[in-house]
Design a protein around this ligand. Structure first.
Ligand code: IPD
Length: 316
């Protein structure tokens, strides 16, 4: 295989991200043009409004998600026909042709933060990741509403460009504050779309324990933020605007781009379950911003202690 040109892929990603952004901004999403994702599909197809009433769901998908993914896959694969492509809207659970492999792979979420997009809450983006041997090697995240572009290339650092202005290296603080313990942290965390069972119970317990006062056995973090987009959460941790992001249930396309950007900004990614190995498609993640290594390690250990004996459990 010819040598992989990460810079060229990064440049193409930026162009594709801007085209996707234009598509998102001209779309007028509403519940009428949205449905639910694969894991919640009803066994028959009543009109969409009725579907949403009969099968209340938190994992919305719009026509824009599908149209953007089509545009992205067409453009990426016409430039790189031998590379693999995994996209949120065309992923088939259990199908080996859409599973992550060691091959050079584009991993794309056409609209991350679809619920925000549907509600016109300004935190949605396209997330374009590229992995080689399952290692995130290029990442581009673009929020068209705020015109914020986050980029990273393995070994070359990561950056943000806001409103077409100067390209700023991440993290934004050149000398990040040392991390000490969770009590000084702003934490990104998400409810996700599964609202039942062990994962929901564990998330509720962990959220409570993070927020509670020390007198009540909590970590009393500065606060919790539910941004509604895993990709943007990772971008904010890379920038140093959030200290930590914990999530279970999101997918490779939600994190591949942000993972590259985070690591290039000095951040670390470990498993969202205590002591487990983290993988791009493992669906459980704990990201910590760039800081002193001992501080990052202390935060991971303290967070895993908050989780305790609990375990997030997701299929792939
Ligand atoms: C979702 C967002 C959300 C996370 C969910 C994801 P989508 O992606 O990243 O923050 O909690 O797990 O599925 O559905 O908006 O592309």
């Amino acid at each position: 295989m010819a040598e992989i040109n990460l810079q060229e892929i990064h440049d193409l990603f930026i162009d594709v991200a801007h085209e996707a952004g234009r598509m998102m901004l001209t779309a007028t999403p509403s519940h009428l043009s949205s449905g639910t994702k694969k894991n919640c599909l009803p066994p028959f197809s009543p009109p969409l409004l009725l579907q949403l009433t009969l099968f209340p769901a938190a994992d919305l998908v719009t026509e824009t998600d599908r149209a953007v993914e089509k545009m992205v896959s067409t453009r990426l694969l016409s430039s790189y026909p031998t590379y693999s492509f995994i996209g949120e809207e065309t992923f088939v659970p259990g199908d080996p042709t859409t599973a992550l492999s060691d091959a050079p792979t584009f991993i794309v979420d056409p609209v991350d933060g679809t619920t925000n997009f549907v509600h016109a809450f300004p935190a949605f983006c396209i997330s374009l990741g590229f992995t080689v041997n399952k290692v995130p090697s290029v990442g581009v995240i673009y929020n068209p509403f705020l015109d914020e572009l986050y980029t990273g290339i393995k070994g070359k650092g990561s950056f943000v460009t806001r409103k077409g202005g100067v390209k700023e290296q991440l993290p934004l603080r050149k000398e990040p504050e040392p991390l000490v313990d969770l009590s000084t942290c702003l934490i990104g965390a998400e409810w996700g779309s599964d609202r039942t069972g062990v994962n929901f119970d564990l998330k509720s317990k962990v959220f409570r324990k993070l927020a509670a006062s020390k007198d009540e056995g909590g970590a009393m973090v500065h606060s919790l933020r539910c941004v509604g987009s895993a990709a943007l959460n990772l971008a904010y941790v890379a920038a140093g605007q959030q200290d930590v992001f914990w999530e279970g249930g999101c997918w490779a396309w939600d994190v591949a781009a942000g993972w590259c950007i985070l690591v290039e900004a000095g951040g670390i990614m470990v498993s969202g379950n205590p002591g487990e190995e983290v993988t791009v498609d493992g669906r459980k993640y704990l990201a910590v911003r760039g800081a002193n290594r001992e501080g990052q390690k202390a935060i991971v250990e303290e967070f895993w202690k908050v989780i305790g004996d609990g375990k997030l459990v997701y299929g792939s």
